[in-house]
Design a protein around this ligand. Structure first.
Ligand code: KIV
Ligand code: ZN
Length: 522
């Protein structure tokens, strides 16, 4: 791989850095769906996770390495020997695999976080990269907090990594502090100072704390960077990472200015973005560039007139270039299995024959209560009924009833659990509040509700209600998702799904979840 050709590699870290976003704990089936989509989208490298973090993370990376063959599969590892060995163990079955190891190089991180001298950090880099290189051919080294590191030391760190065999050198703006001109000059000085062999690829990894992650990534490309690390929808810790779809479309739309290309099939951007949003529970603002619901909507009359006469008057990209839905196709009770299957594929899901049979049966059932079934209905149904059933549930909703109107609402819920059936009742401020309190009583636990969102899958009154929540208990956060034509049921299902995920994470981490605090039956 040479630095002078026009190909910019896209390294997607949605499943690793994106996953670190609050409540981003996706289950194994969800991560595999996303990885498959990323493979089909054509990303060059998929960072599938952090194998040493837990046995669950290891297993997820290993499954992705075995199943997704279109991309290089990378895992993250600290410079510790056990991390590097775990990472290799997880990625080794991928036909093309990478070990990505990192350590911080800024004075503040070395002194306060690592409590190591600069010389000790250089020694760590040397031994970690050498070990990784003995295990795998493709090794990436990242200097965490590079943009706040002292340039001469950073150059020594990268030279050490390159001499030990790293073939990708990554410059992260970990805290999102850089500005485009500054980051451009910084990357250029690193590249000139390290002066690595031509086959070494320089990479940038920008965080979005000042809203500059994409601009910084583009500036880095102009400086000689040929790999961009990014996430779908810009998902990631704090303000997130550079958004994959924005970076890729900026390079494509302004190829006149940059003269570089990526190998992505951009017509799949929309479906990947919708999948990641749905599964992570992190919603896309309507005005989000490239994939927001309004990204191609022209409200002002003068714009509409112009677009009708010639779309290029106001549109710099065509909706079809990013796979944005135009006239929405709807399926109904006369639609056959074949049409249903191709719709699922179009939406980016990869399901087994058995899963398609289950999904088709659910679709037919839905057609009994709804005349037209939209793409969003189908995607929500699969996310809820297929991907969630692949995890073991501690609780399942059996039934619920709510009485609301004047005065406080009263809810009764019945759940199935490993220990038998549990039922309880509670009053609350409206039906959902009452139902949630009844669940708290039934499970004797009261997770904090960090976020709560109900969305209709279409603008028709018989739309499915899709609820996403993020729960916290015992210091653990977990998202939850539920779908139903009955919005209260979708909210209760989302809550129970979040509780189930909290239990899975708590037992993996050996953490106690907090008990219920109040009575909630007034
Ligand atoms: O932001 C960062 O520095 C990282 C590294 C581990 C690459 O995510
Ligand atoms: Zn990062």
């Amino acid at each position: 791989m040479s630095n002078t050709e026009g190909h910019v590699r896209i390294f997607d870290t949605t499943l690793r850095d994106g996953e670190q976003a609050a409540g981003g704990n996706l289950n194994a089936a969800e991560k595999l769906q996303i990885a498959r989509q990323l493979g089909r989208l054509g990303v060059d490298i998929i960072e599938a996770g952090f194998p040493a973090a837990s046995p669950g993370d290891f297993a997820c990376v290993e499954t992705i390495a075995r199943e997704v063959t279109e991309s290089v599969i990378a895992g993250l590892a600290r410079t510790k020997e056990e991390d590097i060995r775990a990472c290799y163990g997880a990625v080794k079955d991928a036909p093309r695999h990478r070990i990505h190891t990192f350590i911080a190089t800024s004075p503040i991180h070395m002194q306060y976080k690592l409590k190591m001298t600069p010389e000790e950090v250089l020694e760590e880099i040397r031994s970690a990269v050498s070990l990784a290189r003995r295990l795998a051919e493709d090794v990436e080294f990242s200097a965490e907090d590079a943009s706040r590191s002292e340039l001469p030391f950073l150059i020594r760190a990268f030279k050490t990594a390159a001499e030990a065999g790293a073939s990708t050198l990554n410059i992260p703006d970990t805290v999102g502090y850089s500005t485009p001109e500054e980051f451009h000059d910084f990357c250029r000085s690193v590249i000139e100072g390290v002066n690595a062999p031509r086959e070494v690829v320089y990479s940038a990894h920008c965080h979005n704390d000042l809203g500059l992650a994409v601009a910084n990534s583009l500036a880095a490309i102009r400086a000689g960077i040929r790999q961009i690390e990014c996430t779908v929808n810009g998902l990631g810790e704090r303000a997130g990472n550079a958004s994959l779809e924005e970076t890729v479309m900026a390079l494509k739309t302004r190829s006149d200015r940059y003269g570089f290309f990526t190998k992505l099939d951009t017509t799949k951007l929309h479906s990947v973005s919708a999948l990641v949003s749905r599964l992570s529970g992190v919603h896309i603002p309507p005005n989000k560039a490239v994939v927001g619901a309004n990204a191609f909507a022209h409200q002002a009359g003068i714009h509409q007139h112009g677009v009708m006469t010639n779309p290029l008057t106001y549109e710099i990209m065509k909706p079809k270039d990013v796979g944005a839905p135009g006239t929405e196709l709807v399926l109904g009770k006369h639609s056959g299995r074949h049409a249903f299957r191709s719709r699922i594929e179009y939406l980016g899901y990869t399901l087994s024959d058995e899963e398609i049979d289950t999904a088709f049966a659910l679709f037919k059932k839905l057609c009994d209560s709804k005349k037209d079934v939209s793409d969003d209905d189908i995607a929500a149904l699969i996310a809820d009924e297929i991907l969630l059933t692949s995890q073991e549930n501690l609780y399942d909703l059996v039934r619920y009833s709510v009485k609301s109107g004047e005065g406080p609402a009263l809810a009764v819920v019945s759940l199935r659990s490993g220990k038998g059936a549990v039922s309880d009742a509670a009053t609350g401020n409206g039906p959902i509040d009452a139902a949630y309190r009844a669940v708290w009583r039934a499970i004797d636990m009261e997770p904090e509700l960090l976020s709560f969102h109900i969305k209709a899958t279409s603008d028709r009154s018989d739309a499915l209600g899709e609820t996403t929540v993020v729960l916290r208990s015992g210091g653990i956060t977990a998202p939850g998702r539920g779908v139903s034509t009955d919005v209260i049921e979708s909210a209760v299902k989302a809550f129970i799904n979040g509780v189930n995920r909290l239990h899975v994470l708590a037992s993996a981490k050996g953490v106690e979840l907090s008990k219920r605090r109040k009575n909630y039956l007034e």
